[in-house]
Design a protein around this ligand. Structure first.
Ligand code: NI
Length: 132
């Protein structure tokens, strides 16, 4: 498993992008809207680190509660894997709970993702290897 990105909740995505740019990040995927999450997101990169910014646009977003709780902060690490189904099964055997079934993101070339929970390290995300 290779680290793919760090997911970062933000309250105002345009302002967050500007601040990350001042820190030397470059935008790799411009701000776009995801209908499933009812949230804007964007990807930035610096020194080989990829940060995914996520900003719920209203209180109907399934991650609105998370943002209220965490404010502006990183909240998951996403790992890229060769076989997402197999890795989910392996992690469940190790005690992880499936938090969100596999879903695909159309604006990311239908790349598939899933979330799992662990009682000691919280939420992790998996994604399959795929060019976006
Ligand atoms: Ni993510």
């Amino acid at each position: 498993m290779k680290i793919h990105h760090i997911g970062y909740l933000v309250k105002e995505i345009d302002k967050a992008i500007e601040e990350f740019k001042k820190l030397g990040f470059i935008i790799t995927i411009e701000k776009c809207f995801d209908g499933n999450y009812i949230a804007d997101f964007a990807f930035l990169q610096k020194d080989g680190y990829c940060v995914e910014l996520i900003c719920p646009v209203n209180d109907k977003s399934p991650i609105y509660g998370l943002m209220k709780k965490h404010k502006n902060s990183p909240y998951h690490i996403c790992y890229e894997v060769d076989n997402i189904e197999q890795t989910i099964n392996d992690l469940i055997k190790q005690g992880y709970l499936l938090f969100k079934e596999i879903f695909s993101v159309s604006v990311l070339n239908n790349k598939r993702f899933s979330f799992l929970m662990n009682s000691h390290i919280g939420m992790i995300e998996l994604t399959e290897k795929k060019d976006i």
